[in-house]
Design a protein around this ligand. Structure first.
Ligand code: 13P
Length: 257
């Protein structure tokens, strides 16, 4: 099997005006231009996607939507179709982030439909899964992960699963400064890969599984060195060019050794 290429994506959440977004990606473009064998992405708010796509045209940095809808068009006020993200030049769509699940009623079933729609639109879905603190404390982590995986991958065929990226984001580690230890994260990543193997056999070895939750320059390399961690979904630390660049370089370094 070929080594999995790590993928680092900055999830900007509800941050950055168009001008701020362009300033940030211009920095990233300048500092990361020569880096190969690591996939890099940024996820601006919808209104900044198209200007950012234009600014990053011809570079090694892709653009992600932070969500998408599964219908292509129709009476769905406020939604943005996966195919429209592709039309705007996106390469990725983040799907099922825990903030969408917790604050906006996203269900496992909807995550499955959005994942299907993203693949059909030619996007790489980045599907987020992860347990809450209460679920971890009551020993429910693996059950929760399994249910989320089942929902997300319901309609995915073995021949296309390697186009899906998974992001393990323990909810208790998001924005809290409490990172999962490399061993804690690896334990869940290994479990996820085991589940993928049961469903999809050896193709599971090609699927990239990102870690997300308080990834910083200081902890990135140790996380990325874990055998089943193939990159990161970065929140707060993706808003400053220096931090995000340092994390991308840490992933690159961890892969090379
Ligand atoms: P933080 O890196 O701010 O903890 O956020 C993680 C996250 O939710 C990325 O999607």
């Amino acid at each position: 099997m070929e080594a999995r290429i790590p993928i680092i994506v900055g999830n900007w959440k509800l941050n950055k005006t168009i001008a701020e977004a362009l300033a940030l990606v211009t920095e990233l473009k300048n500092q990361l231009a020569s880096l190969r064998r690591v996939d890099i992405g940024v996820a601006p708010v919808f209104t900044a996607i198209h200007p950012v796509v234009k600014r990053l045209d011809g570079t090694n940095i892709g653009v992600a939507g932070q969500d998408c809808y599964w219908q292509d068009r129709g009476a769905y006020t406020g939604e943005v179709a996966a195919s429209m993200l592709a039309d705007a030049g996106c390469r990725y769509a983040i799907i099922g982030h825990s903030e969408r699940r917790q604050l906006f009623g996203e269900t496992d079933e909807n995550v499955g439909k959005k994942t299907r729609a993203a693949l059909d639109a030619g996007l790489t879905p980045i599907v987020c899964i992860g347990e809450t603190e209460a679920e971890r404390d009551s020993g429910e982590t693996f059950n929760r992960i399994d249910a989320q995986l089942a929902g997300a991958l319901d309609s995915i065929e073995p021949h296309e699963v390697d186009r899906v990226v998974l992001a393990y984001e323990p909810v208790w580690a998001i924005g809290t400064g409490r990172t999962a230890s490399p061993a804690q994260a690896q334990e869940v990543h290994e479990h996820i890969r085991g589940q993928l193997r049961q469903r999809f056999d050896h193709v599971a070895d090609s699927v990239r599984i990102q870690y997300g939750g308080s990834v910083k320059p200081a902890n990135a390399e140790n996380l990325m060195r874990q055998p089943d961690i193939d990159g990161g979904l970065i929140g707060g630390a993706s808003l400053a060019a220096a931090d995000f660049v340092a994390i991308v370089k840490a992933a690159h370094l961890a892969m090379g050794s």
